[in-house]
Design a protein around this ligand. Structure first.
Ligand code: ASP
Length: 348
């Protein structure tokens, strides 16, 4: 009997401490928030000229403003993340779309995923070679196919059937990515590692280890979350390697009941730990808040396997977390109060 009473008392106290979902939703009515990343890496400030830093900041700013305009006018989180990622895909500075890195064979194999946190719908594509904006193809897969992840030639055939814009290989050629491939082949590395000696190059591109994937998470005025990620993967990748970005739960995840997450970094560790879903699971099962969940996964689990990278995450209350284990992560956000932040390195 005493046990039963304690149980009832405990349940009543727990209920008092939890705001009802309805109250929470009412508080958030008309509010929106957005966060983006343009990749993480061991970026040394000194190695980027002021001009280069300004170019990255400007590109992140235009992407953020595009997403914000959609959210401000009452558009959906899914529309906002797709449109924002498209801007970053069209910018040669980032490792996605136009600026994607080369594979070992001198081709491009692009990966992307999108997820709608309101209903668990998601779509993804991997290793597509001629799609101008892979994120829009991922969305088409989400909305118009019975499948979630399409790859290679099959994904491209699906794209053609659905009128998705294609681009030939020449569109994806950028001289600095080509030079990065030659460096990586010379060093026999399958990632964006560039040793000190390479910094002597006259090339203007940053020579540090850098994962330039792009991603966006958004909360719309209806309280819905969405996440999107797009990447060229790792320089010099081979054998059809696919990273974490297009894998739902690893590099991309959204659930209105917890958060939206987009990751960047060495994909193998994010796949191993199922990073994006793990952050959501920490919130749902351990009752962690967003920051605690991100800290435990990025600064805990990821660090313990020496994983390099980070993520952007947003919850249904508009809280934003952008943790990373590298020395920098290109990122930006606009919170529910309209406060905009854009940062390239550690927090100031
Ligand atoms: N996560 C991506 C991959 O492993 C790389 C990146 O973030 O730049 O394919």
């Amino acid at each position: 009997m005493r046990f039963l009473l304690s149980l009832i008392l405990f349940a009543a106290l727990a209920a008092c401490n939890q705001p009802t979902p309805k109250t929470t939703q009412e508080n958030m009515k008309g509010k929106y928030a957005i966060a983006i990343h343009g990749g993480a890496g061991n970026l040394v400030k000194m190695n980027l000229s002021q001009e280069q830093q300004d170019a990255y900041i400007h590109a992140l700013d235009s992407a953020l403003l595009t997403g914000e305009a959609i959210l401000k006018s009452g558009g959906s989180a899914v529309d906002a993340v797709e449109a924002t990622v498209r801007i970053l895909e069209d910018c040669p500075l980032f490792n996605a779309g136009k600026g994607a890195v080369f594979t070992h064979d001198g081709t491009h194999e692009l990966d992307a995923a999108i997820m709608d946190g309101s209903n668990g719908e998601c779509g993804a594509v991997a290793a597509v070679q001629h799609i101008k904006n892979p994120i829009s193809l991922a969305r088409k897969v989400m909305e118009k196919s019975e499948f979630i992840l399409l790859h290679g030639a099959g994904a491209e055939a699906f794209a053609q059937e659905h009128g998705i814009e294609s681009a030939d290989s020449a569109y994806f050629f950028t001289p600095h990515r080509w030079e990065q491939l030659q460096d990586a082949i010379e060093d026999d590395k399958t990632e964006l590692d560039h040793s000190e000696k390479k910094k002597a190059s006259n090339d203007n591109a940053p020579r540090e280890e850098k994962f330039g994937t792009v991603g966006c998470v958004a909360l719309d005025q209806n309280g819905n979350l969405a996440a999107a990620t797009s990447t060229g993967g790792l320089t010099n990748k081979r054998y059809g390697r696919i990273g974490d970005s297009p894998l739902i739960g690893s590099g991309t995840y959204a659930n209105n009941a917890s958060c939206a997450v987009s990751c960047t970094g060495k994909g193998e560790d994010f796949i191993r730990l199922n990073v994006a879903h793990e952050i959501s699971a920490m919130m749902r099962h351990k009752n962690y808040d967003l920051q605690q969940a991100c800290d435990s996964v990025i600064h805990g689990a990821l660090k313990s396997v020496k994983g390099r990278g980070g993520c952007i995450a947003l919850d249904s209350q508009g809280h934003i977390a952008m943790p990373f284990t590298t020395s920098g992560m290109f990122r930006g956000s606009i919170d529910t109060a309209g406060q905009k932040t854009i940062m390239l390195y550690e927090a100031p």
